[in-house]
Design a protein around this ligand. Structure first.
Ligand code: NAP
Length: 281
């Protein structure tokens, strides 16, 4: 049976560390959150982020617009928040409605306040292998989960399934930075099963419920499940067929309680990191 990588517990440890640091040093980081439209999942994600931030002592301010808001309105707000020295992080809840050019709007954020790590400048730093930029929360949290296995990552075959800008691509860069031999797969990949069978580490970030089966996985592999899907019964599940794969993998993340809590914890970590850098601490 695989060792369960408990993201909920690890996230709690991260949050306690942040809470203590904020309390002991007596500062209040502030995060501006921009939400456009009434997408039900986005409303829940924003609420969860605000709750977690408040628990560690990070102040949040939500700017909620209807989906008729103009790009200029958003860009003007971002400029105001960029210039406000009391605001240390800016987050745009994605996805934005289709009428917006998300890449252009994200690039308006001051890279030092880009706590999602999606600004081209921060993406560039990650590409260069520099540790100085703010890094996207989901892959950053996954790296902590993978490192918690204690395995030597150098030379390991890592397979990243999914090539999104927010998970797949930065994940591949981080694994490459840890000296893994990285393969990226996507919907046009042929014979995903064979690639999985050759992987020491699998990070699966697609929207396909229970795609990865027990016989796809190498014995002892590290299997990280980024998915947030629903099974036939409507129960939350991942990309990995957990019951089967946990019999064969060496380490596995559950859904829920794996990557999700670490994503929020790393967002908070980025807000504190942004504060410290802006104050040259
Ligand atoms: P995305 O932008 O929708 O990208 C999905 C990726 O999966 C695409 O690259 C797609 O390939 C690939 N894909 C789809 N079907 C595939 C298949 N059958 N075989 C191989 N690859 C396939 O998704 P995302 O934003 O990266 O998110 C991925 C999943 O993770 C979603 O379920 C999302 O809800 C979840 N998520 C969870 C967290 C968390 O904190 N737990 C955070 C972020 C995302 P193409 O590029 O060819 O279309």
């Amino acid at each position: 049976m695989a060792v369960i990588l408990d993201g909920k517990k690890m996230a709690q440890t991260v949050k306690q560390r942040l809470q203590q640091m904020i309390k002991q040093q007596g500062f209040t980081p502030k995060l501006g959150i921009i939400l456009v439209g009434d997408d039900a999942a986005s409303l829940i994600y924003v609420k969860n982020k605000q709750k977690a931030a408040s628990e560690v002592g990070i102040e949040t301010q939500l700017y909620h617009f209807d989906d008729q808001a103009s790009s200029e309105t958003l860009e003007n707000l971002i400029q105001t928040l960029n210039a406000d020295s009391d605001v240390h992080g800016i987050l745009i809840q994605l996805p934005l409605p289709k009428s917006f050019n998300a890449a252009k709007i994200l690039s308006e954020i001051d890279p030092q306040k880009d706590v999602d790590g999606f600004h081209p400048y921060n993406i560039g730093l990650l590409q260069y292998g520099a540790q100085t930029g703010l890094q996207p929360a989901t892959p950053k949290g996954i790296m902590k989960l993978i490192k918690s296995t204690g395995l030597d990552l150098s030379g390991k075959n890592a397979l990243v399934i999914g090539r999104s800008n927010i998970v797949g691509k930065p994940m591949a860069m981080m694994l490459l930075g840890a000296d893994c031999t990285v393969t990226m797969a996507h919907s046009k990949t042929t014979d995903l099963k064979a690639l999985c069978q050759n992987a020491d580490i699998i990070v699966s970030a697609t929207g396909c419920a229970k795609l990865i089966k027990q016989d796809w996985v190498k014995s002892g592999a590290v299997v990280i499940d980024v998915g947030m899907n629903r099974d036939e019964q409507g129960k939350l599940c991942g990309v990995v067929d957990f019951e089967g794969v946990c019999q064969k993998a060496g380490f596995i993340t559950p859904v829920p309680g794996g990557v999700g809590p670490m994503t929020i914890a790393m967002l908070l970590d980025n807000v504190v990191e942004a504060y410290l850098k802006q104050h040259q601490i």
